[in-house]
Design a protein around this ligand. Structure first.
Ligand code: SF4
Length: 316
C-alpha cells in the first residue's frame, strides 16, 4: 500500500483492509471485486490484484516463502520487497534499496544514482550481515527522516563523517535528478445511460492493465478536435453497438494518473437504438443507484456518481 503513496493516506485503508481480511486465508477466499471495493481510491490497483494472487498462491502451497529468491516468485514482489521481507522477517543478509536508501547511498559515495545496479552493489557491501533487518530499517529511516531530498539535516546525521557528498558541500546534487518527461493529457467523455427502471449501465474493465477489474461508465478518449457529446455518441456506438442522444453535461472532473492526466466529462444519454452489449466482451450490468457502492470505481467515475447522488440544488 505504501508504494508511491503517503503513510497518512494509507492508514485508514490499511486498517479497513486488515479488519476485512484479517488472515491470508480470508484474503485468498475473497473475490477480487470485494478487494477492489476496499481498495477503491488508493490507486495503483495492480497492487491489490497482486496481493490477492499472492495470498492465493501462499494458501495453496501451504507456506510463506522464507527467502529472497522464493519470495520473488510471488506476484507483485520485486527486488526491493523480497529483500525487505527476507531481511526483516527471516534475517537473511540481503540489502533492501528503496528510494530513500538509494538517496543515502548516492550521497555517501557521491554516486549519481545510475546505474541502479551499482547502487545495489554498494548497499550490499555496506550491509551489516549480523543484523540485516535492523540495518535495512535504519537506512530507510535515515533516508526518510534525515537525508531528505531537499535540505538534508546533515548536522544531525549519524554518518556525516563518512559522507562524501557532505564533504563536497553539495548533498542535494546526489542522486542526479531524473529527466522530466512531459505528461500527456486526454479529454474523456462518458455516458450515464439509464434503463426504464432508472438503473445505470456500467461495465467492468478487463482484469489486467490500468484500473484492471474496476467498474466504469462507458465512454472513452476524444479524437483531436472532437467535442465531448460527439465522443460520447461515437464511443457508445463502438463499445456497445448502440445509438444514443447526448443530453446535459452532468459534471467535469480533472484527474492525474502516474503517466497521464485526463479531463473527464459525463453526459446524460438516452438510448434511441440497440441493446447495449460490450463489443470487447467486457462484463456489463445495470446497477440501481443505491447499489453503486457495491462496485469499485476509479476516482473520476466515483466523483460523477456522487454528483448524481447529490440532492438537486434548490432553485426556488
Ligand atoms: S551527511 Fe547529509 S547528505 Fe550525507 S548521508 Fe547524512 S544527511 Fe545525507
Amino acid at each position: 500500500m505504501l508504494q508511491q503513496t503517503r503513510v497518512e493516506y494509507v492508514q485508514s485503508y490499511y486498517e479497513r483492509f486488515l479488519n476485512t481480511f484479517p488472515t491470508l486465508e480470508a484474503l485468498a477466499a475473497a473475490s477480487l471485486d470485494d478487494i477492489l471495493c476496499i481498495w477503491e481510491g488508493l490507486g495503483y490497483y495492480a497492487r491489490a490484484r497482486n496481493l490477492h494472487a499472492a495470498a492465493r498462491t501462499i494458501v495453496a502451497s501451504g507456506r510463506l516463502p522464507s527467502n529472497c529468491e522464493d519470495l520473488r516468485s510471488l506476484p507483485g514482489i520485486g527486488p526491493y520487497t523480497s529483500r525487505a521481507i527476507a531481511s526483516i522477517a527471516f534475517h537473511e543478509p540481503v540489502a533492501a534499496v528503496d528510494g530513500n536508501v538509494r538517496r543515502v547511498i548516492s550521497r555517501l559515495f557521491t554516486h549519481t544514482g545510475n546505474p541502479a545496479s551499482s547502487v545495489q552493489e554498494l548497499a550490499d557491501k555496506l550491509l551489516h550481515t549480523g543484523r540485516p533487518g535492523d540495518y535495512n530499517q535504519a537506512m530507510m529511516e535515515l533516508g526518510s527522516q534525515i537525508c531528505t531530498p531537499k535540505r538534508p539535516r546533515c548536522t544531525r546525521c549519524p554518518v556525516q563523517n563518512y559522507c562524501m557528498a557532505w564533504a563536497e558541500g553539495a548533498p542535494e546534487f546526489y542522486p542526479a535528478p531524473k529527466k522530466k518527461v512531459s505528461i500527456p493529457h486526454y479529454d474523456v467523455a462518458v455516458a450515464v445511460l439509464r434503463n426504464a427502471a432508472g438503473h445505470i449501465f456500467i461495465q467492468q474493465r478487463a482484469p489486467e492493465g490500468l484500473l484492471g477489474g474496476l467498474w466504469e461508465l462507458p465512454g472513452g478518449k476524444a479524437k483531436p478536435d472532437e467535442s465531448g457529446p460527439a465522443t460520447c455518441a461515437r464511443e457508445l456506438q463502438e463499445e456497445l453497438g448502440v445509438q444514443v442522444t447526448v443530453g446535459n453535461l452532468i459534471g467535469t472532473v480533472k484527474h492525474a494518473y502516474s503517466h497521464f492526466r485526463i479531463t473527464l466529462r459525463a453526459y446524460e444519454c438516452t438510448l434511441i437504438d440497440g441493446k447495449p452489449e460490450s463489443t470487447a466482451g467486457l462484463v456489463t450490468t445495470w446497477a440501481a443507484p443505491d447499489q453503486l457502492n457495491q462496485f469499485a470505481f476509479p476516482k473520476a467515475n466515483r466523483h460523477i456518481l456522487n454528483l448524481l447522488a447529490a440532492p438537486a440544488a434548490d432553485t426556488s
